[in-house]
Write a protein that binds this ligand. Structure first.
Ligand SMILES: Nc1nc2c(c(=O)[nH]1)N[C@H]1C(S)=C(S)[C@@H](COP(=O)(O)O)O[C@H]1N2
Ligand SMILES: [Mo]
Length: 886
């Protein structure tokens, strides 16, 4: 039995909740109609004031979550959608021990399921290896089971991942240190409910599945049955949070809450519980929430799936962790001359342990770990324990007997100002009751999870007009927000090492090789531009775009841009750093100062970083065509066909079966992948070979440039080749300055041009854009345009699409001529021999033989080929305006 299947018999056995369940046992020392609200002034913490958001934010409106009001203070970590957010660290800390639901971090893998009917009718099943499969509703849970309320801290396994990403990019997005929050959860003991279903002998795991349908199935994972049945582990089926129903982002109306373990096990919008003999085989259980050994590179992990199947690398209990909230990042303290030696600053933050283990000490160092001082710890969770059993928010608060610690604690330490003034940084580390202490060094791994090295805040000593002050700097800022000492000293950081080189005696890693930098800003220009101004320039008449926080006006370059005006227009008012840097040569970069008009202000940068100005990376509502020139769209790799030893056809699944690609003939699209090793974005343009009318899928032909002893292979093609089936790739387009409209009618840079004859010259995989135009001409019987194709390759078997090309030629002899030339032709080869160069071109491609001004040459191939063809064509009478290089 696996988590994804249920036999017919099993589903037949499902029955409504047995109505003969014993009623909730009356509480021993409290009458059952005791006040639902806690005492007016208890010793334990009550939730902070909450202001539930009432308005749908503008950015959410175009997403599948466009119905859901949210708090605008939250920092978006994965563009606009799906919703993955953390609060600014100081805001989170200021909430206190309990976090209000609107600031509680959110980790959603996809759209939030919308509950249209009465939440009490929400159904879920308990199935698999149980004597008594059950179908229950939330109403059943409320009516027939004992409700409990207690505080639980949830932490995403990715908390603090940005630090890992700065050292070396992981496969995860950049959480700051606020991927953690605490709430009072109300619900039913998961173990109690499972006991009613009576697990069978041999059952060992409890798989869970949510209602959120994702690209790779419903979200799901598993924990051990043994743990579920252990009251000390406190696993809960929760419906309440801080005294109110769960909010949609946190699993409304029902979720699992698994204390002491990574947040990923606490399945939201819970629909199925499946008892099994093996761990979950859900995609998200296998490919997420693991700490693979540090030497497993992203590439190795993609090539060898056994790493993912090894249960030893799955993570459950949280690792010991701590962070400093105050001093906050960029906080400044002025040192007045009359600061007395006794004056102190109270450094404070949070700490948590895993598996219910108590944090037993938090230590602070001002001398990089040579000496430590003990911080004070406030265990707010213990005050609920001490309160004894009582009714609380619709459940029994009864923690007296439980020894485990499910919550974070807050630590603080007063430090004399004079000592801060003499120090360069503040380190903090925590230890739990098993003496698990946070490590000094980072343990980097492919998914960047459970990051917990000592948290270091740097102290900058500044003097302004004789006024001395201290400025504090955290390691990073979440998402793409710039800032933090790790960015600053990036070059000195190496895998596994927590910080700057301490001195020559320390074993810091090798510095990272420096990239060649080209200045792209205008010297002396000091203009700042607001997000508001930028957004006004989002149209084709005056497109502005942003690269590395600098604003450029693309208007004067619209006509000259080699990729066509559309490539600039598509970037209008957007941050196109990734694409720009990936595609452009140093020559192109050197042209940038000319178009530089100012720097985006900090607010604008933050807005772009959090995706507010862009819809990029969003899963917007599907349209009849797949491509969007202003946003990256994801498509899943469905199959890979080997065409020859070095060529593959990759078939990608579009969003919908009835969708076409939306690519005009003659245009291209961009493909974006991450380099499997460095995680840098790689972007290249391709022309799919599938027909423009094809629905549901597209086919891209790619020639793989393998590493050879002489030279490194092609980054993009190697990354494509190592892509596992079922993985996403990003697409954007159309781009290109040429369009074929049919019947000889072309658009070149938006200008119409009537063509009677095409000369098409290509080498190797340069055939793909040529083939697209050629096919359009051949398939239209009424199109009288003549085509001569000159296709150069090394070996006969290197000629791509040959069968199709030959087929079209056979059926259209009157309007087409195919010339293949090979540099290593077999003896019986009847075609041309030699490379595409002046002699061959002179013999077959004289302009005179193509008629007067109504012929055009389309050329696509490697750069040296395009260059030599260009020169040779000029010599035999062609003019620049006749030639189009793809
Ligand atoms: N159904 C479902 N459950 C889910 C997820 C999800 O995407 N879908 N994300 C998981 C992860 S990785 C985390 S860290 C927690 C986050 O819970 P929160 O969003 O309420 O903070 O939910 C977990 N449960
Ligand atoms: Mo998570």
């Amino acid at each position: 039995m696996t988590s994804d299947t249920m036999t017919k018999e099993e589903s037949m056995q499902l029955r409504r909740a047995p109505m003969d369940l014993p009623p909730t046992p009356p509480d021993s020392d409290q009458s059952s109609d005791a006040a639902e609200k806690p005492d007016s002034d208890p010793d334990y913490d009550l939730p902070p004031p909450t202001r539930p958001p009432t308005e749908v934010l503008e950015v959410d409106k175009k997403t599948p979550d466009g119905w859901l009001p949210r708090d605008s203070r939250l920092i978006r970590l994965t563009g606009v959608h799906p919703f993955n957010v953390e609060a600014p660290l100081s805001d989170l800390y200021n909430e206190g021990f309990l976090t209000s639901p609107e600031l509680f971090y959110v980790r959603n893998h996809g759209p939030v399921p919308k509950v249209e009917s009465d939440a009490l009718d929400w159904e879920f099943t308990i199935e698999g290896m149980v004597e008594q499969p059950l179908k229950l509703t939330l109403r059943d849970l409320l009516e027939h089971h004992e409700q409990k309320t207690y505080p639980i801290t949830l932490v995403c396994a990715g908390n603090r991942r940005k630090e890992q990403n700065v050292v070396r990019k992981t496969k995860g997005f950049s959480w700051g240190a606020a991927g953690v929050s605490t709430a009072l959860f109300t619900g039913v003991s998961m173990g109690d409910v499972l006991r009613y279903a009576k697990p069978k002998r041999g059952a060992r795991y409890v798989c869970m599945e949510g209602a959120d349908k994702l690209p790779n199935g419903y979200y799901g994972t598993s924990v051990k049955l043994n743990w579920v049945l252990d009251p000390n582990r406190g696993m809960m089926l929760a419906h309440g949070m801080n005294g109110e129903p769960l909010r949609p982002d946190h699993g409304y109306p029902l979720r699992a809450v698994i204390p002491g373990q990574i947040g990923g096990r606490s399945v939201k919008w819970l629909k199925r519980i499946i008892v099994t003999a093996e761990p979950s085989d859900n995609w998200y259980h296998l490919w997420d929430n693991r700490v693979l050994p540090t030497m497993v590179s992203p590439e190795e992990s993609a090539n060898n799936e056994n790493w993912w199947k090894d249960e030893r690398y799955a993570i459950y209990d949280l690792s010991t962790n701590s962070a400093t909230a105050y001093p906050a990042h960029d906080e400044k303290i002025s040192l007045s001359p009359d600061t007395t030696p006794e004056e102190t600053y109270t450094v404070r933050g949070y700490a948590y342990g895993g598996g219910g283990r108590r944090i037993t000490r938090v230590e602070v160092s001002l001398d990089r770990g040579r000496t430590w001082r003990l911080a004070n710890i406030d265990y707010a969770e213990d005050r609920y324990r001490e309160a004894g059993p009582q009714q609380f928010y619709g459940g029994t608060l009864d923690m007296e007997w439980r020894e485990s610690c499910f919550c974070w604690c807050f630590w603080n330490l007063g430090i004399p100002m004079s000592e801060l003034e003499r120090s360069d940084d503040i380190f903090v580390r925590a230890m739990d009751e098993s003496m698990n202490v946070q490590p000094r060094d980072m343990y980097w791994s492919v998914l960047g999870m459970m990051n917990n090295p000592w948290f270091r805040v740097v102290i900058h000593h500044e003097t302004n007009d004789g006024q001395k002050s201290l400025r504090f700097e955290h390691p990073t800022q979440p998402a793409l927000i710039p800032g933090g000492w790790m960015e600053r000293v990036k070059k000195e950081l190496a895998n596994g090492y927590w910080g700057e080189r301490l001195g020559s005696d320390e074993t810091a890693g090798q510095p990272v090789e420096e990239e060649k930098q080209v200045a792209m800003t205008k010297e002396g220009l000091k203009n700042t531009i607001t997000i508001h101004d930028l957004r006004k320039h989002d149209k084709e008449d005056a497109p502005w775009f942003v690269v590395n926080g600098e604003v450029y006006d693309g208007t004067p370059f619209l006509k000259e841009h080699p990729g066509g005006a559309q490539s600039i227009i598509s970037a209008a008012a957007l941050d196109s750093t990734d694409e720009f840097m990936a595609i452009h040569s140093e020559t192109a970069k050197a042209m940038m100062p000319e178009y530089h008009i100012g720097s985006l202000d900090d607010e604008g940068k933050a807005a772009l970083a959090s995706g507010e100005a862009s819809q990029a990376d969003s899963d917007a509502t599907p349209s009849p065509t797949f491509l969007d020139s202003r946003a990256w769209k994801k498509a899943i790799l469905q199959s890979k066909t080997t065409v020859s030893w070095d060529t593959r056809i990759f078939t990608f699944k579009l969003e919908r079966d009835d969708q076409t690609l939306g690519l005009p003939t003659g245009q291209h699209l961009m493909i974006r992948l991450r380099d499997p090793v460095t995680r840098e974005a790689i972007i290249r343009s391709y022309t799919p070979i599938s027909e423009t009318s094809q629905r549901g899928t597209m086919d891209v032909l790619v020639k793989i440039y393998f590493d050879t002893p002489q030279r490194k292979g092609g980054k993009m093609s190697l990354a494509m080749d190592s892509l596992p089936l079922g993985h996403f790739v990003d697409f954007k387009g159309p781009i290109g300055k040429f369009k074929y409209l049919g019947n000889g009618q072309c658009l070149v840079n938006q200008l119409e041009r009537q063509v009677k004859r095409f000369l098409m010259i290509c080498g190797g995989s340069g055939i793909t854009p040529i083939y697209q135009v050629f096919r359009a001409v051949m398939q239209d019987k009424g199109d009288p345009t003549q085509c001569v194709v000159l296709d150069g390759n090394r070996l006969l078997e290197d000629i791509l699409c040959k069968t199709n090309l030959d087929g079209f030629a056979r059926d259209n002899a009157e309007k087409c001529k195919l010339l293949y030339t090979l540099t290593q032709a077999p003896e019986d080869w009847a075609g041309l021999r030699g490379r595409i160069a002046a002699p061959l071109l002179k013999e077959h491609c004289e302009r005179a033989s193509f008629g007067a001004g109504d012929a055009m040459v389309l050329i696509c191939g490697p750069e040296p080929l395009e260059k030599s063809v260009h020169e040779a064509l000029l010599e035999i009478g062609w003019r620049d305006e006749d030639m189009l290089f793809f």
